[in-house]
Design a protein around this ligand. Sequence first.
Ligand SMILES: N[C@@H](CCC(=O)N[C@@H](CS)C(=O)NCC(=O)O)C(=O)O
Length: 214
Amino acid sequence: MKLYSYFRSSASYRVRIALNVKNLPYDYVPVHLVRDGGEQLKPDYRKVNLDGIVPTFVDGNEVMPQSLAIIEYLEETHPEPPLLPGTPAERAYIRSVALQVACEIHPLNNLRVLKYLKHTLCVDDDAKDAWYKHWIEAGFATLETHLAGDPRTGKLCFGDTPTLADACLIPQVFNAQRFKVDTAKFPTIQRIYDRAMQLDAFARAAPGAQPDAE
Ligand SMILES: N[C@@H](CCC(=O)N[C@@H](CS)C(=O)NCC(=O)O)C(=O)O
């Protein structure tokens, strides 16, 4: 198995967490998102990922884009330990937390969106940073209310063991902190992040632990 990844990419980080939770070894193929205009945009990489984004996962002859599709594939091919445990309703709950991050927050703050704001719409750095912060804080405020008020929340998003929800939330918290968002304003999210980072699967998936870390 092989993962095209960038150490700071939160979508790649989600898949790294899933692979580690399931204890699956893989080869790490770095794709530098900034160097030389972005290696993700080069024709060679576009042959494996039409969108020019990371991650891409390869298992034998199967080549897969999209972090959530990759994680669901891992869940089906390697069910233990489950990242989507419980009843259908509980799995819907876990997916809803994951999608709150993956659909409502992350796409608005992706590198290509920020580049478009800056270079095409000529938005200055302060306005671009305000955009980033606004969408993170709006999304985290909803998630905080959701997680703080739901009895299914434990040490992690759903009980005490890692799920797809944590695989999406933890990288987004890392990303928010990198862009100087004060995540302590969201105490449940902060507590879940602190707990997850004590776990080996999450620590080994962290950007600073990757072979391409700078
Ligand atoms: N929905 C995609 C999002 C992937 C994505 O946005 N990847 C970012 C890094 S986190 C990327 O490669 N950005 C490159 C760019 O914007 O040029 C997934 O979940 O895999």
